[in-house]
Design a protein around this ligand. Sequence first.
Ligand code: GCO
Length: 424
Amino acid sequence: MTFPKGFLIGASTAAHQVEGNNIHSDYWAQEQMPHSSFTEPSGLACDHYNRYEEDIRLMAQAGLNAYRFSIEWARIEPEEGQFDEQEIEHYRDNGVEPIVTLMHFTSPVWLIRKGGWEAESTIGYFRRYAAYVAEKLGGEIKYICTINEANMGLQLAAISRRFELMARQARENAQKAEGTVQVGMNFQKMMENMKYAAQENAAVFGTPQPQVFVSSRTPEGDALVFRAHQAAREAIRSIRPEIQVGVTLSLHDLQALPGGESFAGKAWEEEFRHYLPFIQGDDFLGVQNYTRTQYGPEGQLPCPEGVELTQMGYEFYPEALEHVIRKVHEDFRGNLIVTENGIATADDTRRVEFIRRALQGVENCLGDGIPVKGYCHWSLMDNFEWQKGFSMTFGLIAVDRTTQERKPKPSLKYLGSFAQDGAT
Ligand code: GCO
């Protein structure tokens, strides 16, 4: 397998998942709540804020030539309108091609207090923050992803509709099964937790149901996220027209078994196609894929019997990436960058195999003339997997949680071996 000269081979992280002490963000606040749904707080995370030079060095030594990371809005603008000149400087130093994400799920607490990702005012705030970054660092950045997985909100809305249905069924069953103490008790506890969590959120954000980025979106909120992206894109272009701007989308390889065609078609429409009017003017699209989803005549199917599962419970299916790239290219003719693709596993030989097959798929796409410009693996290091805490190991580098010592895994070097022009 060979990739063209200039093809980006990199790794991805997100500020909140690796930096540590992101104290002004909404996630930090929610992690501290006694009835938080986070299994553990992010705390010092991987201390990447202080150790980024070592981390970038390890990456460059292994041959990787690109690093996708995010700037933490809550550090740059900890209070509304107060920009921190020192914090923005922190993000300057690099060494490999930076692919910068402006918003990777976490927002400043103040933004959420003002209505968060359902409030019209967020568009203006996001535009102002994007302009600030472009002014301060724009000269050194070639690629900006405005918003990570901008299509997340509708996917979450669909999941929470499913959970509500399950909760209703559980409640009905619990009532029917009077005397089966365990069911009743668990359910009661769950309801109590929700009540307390609502109170704790109200105390911090002024509302029991704060609209953090990763919340179920209304259709208006869904469009608002993309309007915020467009506003940021225009602001960046007016300051630095040479910067390539795009969003990233979470995309599944949606496969229809006989009878499942309409479900798969509808899901693709919701997950991808209805965003086309918002992104057609972008310079590139960030493709993020981890696995496939299959549909049958009744709708979504569980993973096929007996398949290998990752720590996340996803099917090990690296071919999904090629399928998604081809599907996206049918409607979006611009450049594509794989901004995330990876596997949570304790067995690094499986990660190597995953990378090999995923990259094979990318090479096939290039062979057919699809303009894929780079591949960034999720993730550079084992890190904070949101509500699941540190239990998922997605990294090319292992991090000792007590000493913060880094240990590159063989997959890091393996991935780097595909770069034609590594940074070293
Ligand atoms: C997401 C994010 C990453 C995750 C990764 C692994 O998709 O949720 O972009 O922050 O950590 O996808 O689940």
